[in-house]
Unconditional design. Structure first.
Length: 155
């Protein structure tokens, strides 16, 4: 019963986390289903939507396996979800840093560094942070832990 509770809690957190903010900009926040209005190099425009669909699909599979009492390999779904989240999180951080460096170079080449503070403040206002990351990470952790809870024998 405890395994099913962990799996159901992980499922709820993963589905909810897909709709919570993961990126914040000065004028709005973005969840995994929101399209990003700026083209980020080397990241497909709908990468976040693909990640959200994959996370929800794996969460649905995990809850199905849990209620069929096949919890032995649910940890694998949690690890795959954690890998998706880690890849997405760090690729966004790396690309935003790369875009900032390119913008700094272009502004300094054009205006001799006169407007360097503008690009710094612009890119510092874009944050790859939000409650969605924490909720999603907790959900994937619960799926991983679900497989390692010992089965209680009925007396």
């Amino acid at each position: 019963m405890l395994k099913k509770i962990f799996a159901a809690s992980g499922f709820i957190l993963l589905v909810t986390g897909c709709f919570l903010p993961v990126i914040s900009a000065p004028d709005r926040t973005f969840n995994l289903f929101d399209p990003i209005p700026v083209n980020i190099p080397d990241i497909p425009a709908n990468a976040m939507q693909y990640a959200a669909i994959s996370i929800i699909a794996l969460a649905v599979l995990s809850i199905m396996f849990a209620f069929l009492n096949r919890t032995k390999f649910i940890w694998l779904f949690g690890v795959i979800i954690a890998a998706i989240l880690t890849t997405l999180y760090f690729s966004f951080h790396a690309k935003i840093d790369e875009m900032k460096a390119q913008a700094d170079k272009q502004v300094s080449d054009l205006f001799g560094g006169l407007f360097k503070g503008v690009t710094d403040s612009l890119f510092e206002s874009i944050q790859v942070e939000g409650t969605g990351w924490y909720v999603l990470a907790t959900g994937s952790l619960l799926l991983i832990l679900c497989s390692f809870i010992p089965i209680q024998k009925k007396q």
